[in-house]
Design a protein around this ligand. Sequence first.
Ligand SMILES: NC(=O)c1ccc[n+]([C@@H]2O[C@H](COP(=O)([O-])OP(=O)(O)OC[C@H]3O[C@@H](n4cnc5c(N)ncnc54)[C@H](OP(=O)(O)O)[C@@H]3O)[C@@H](O)[C@H]2O)c1
Length: 237
Amino acid sequence: MKILLSGASGRVGREIQRLVESSDRLRISGTASSEHFFRDADRGDVLIDFSRPELSARSLAFASAHGVPLVLGTTGIEPALQADIDAASASIPICQAANFSLGVNVLLDLVDRAAAALPDSFEAEISELHHRWKVDAPSGTALALGRAVAQARGSDPDAVAGVRGAGVREKGGIGYQVARGGDVVGEHVVTFFGEGERVELAHRCSDRAVFARGALHAARRLFGREPGRYSFRDLLA
Ligand SMILES: NC(=O)c1ccc[n+]([C@@H]2O[C@H](COP(=O)([O-])OP(=O)(O)OC[C@H]3O[C@@H](n4cnc5c(N)ncnc54)[C@H](OP(=O)(O)O)[C@@H]3O)[C@@H](O)[C@H]2O)c1
């Protein structure tokens, strides 16, 4: 399988290259970063993007123009670009996930079940911790966890979830706490606070190779699919 890699020089991009080099069934057939973009002649069976939204937009256009399936891991995507991604899925298969680790995808299921099983009086808070270089906040994974809680409770995530600030806690709100420092790959904790008890569900990642492995798994499973939107969980099944 030939892979076009967008964000090849980045932390996740380098992990993907390392895994591809150790496989005799995969090869990189073109790369893009802030310094250079794919050439028109670059061809691939799938395009993997872990970069910045500016580059993701160009990679999306390239994948659409050449009919190449897209595995999209970049976070911090604004609504206008998200609308372009959704529209492009009418012509190419796209797997977009805020987190390509198996563990976080199990965590999403557990959070969904906990939010549905616990009464709304259990107040949900999501804390996340990442390395000092991370650009977007809260993390895409924290936002996905917040959406999972809101959807399980039948509420609109945009209306109820936000970064925790000063003031008395509002009823039904979902608060995000963000910490940045050191070389932490990524940690997420979802807490449901009840009266006299609390439930905590957590995931801690110590090696970004898990994202690279997940993205390559998604790439293999996306190849040959019909155009459309696929979650990472769809491709794990
Ligand atoms: N979905 C997941 O499982 C998952 C997991 C981890 C991270 N992520 C996300 O993946 C993305 C990349 O993370 P990372 O830690 O690998 O980032 P990174 O180390 O900062 O690498 C970013 C990549 O994007 C390129 N780039 C940066 N700014 C650019 C610009 N303005 N125009 C074009 N290219 C630009 C960089 O090229 P240069 O080196 O030339 O600057 C580099 O190749 C982030 O959005 C992160 O949140 C997702």
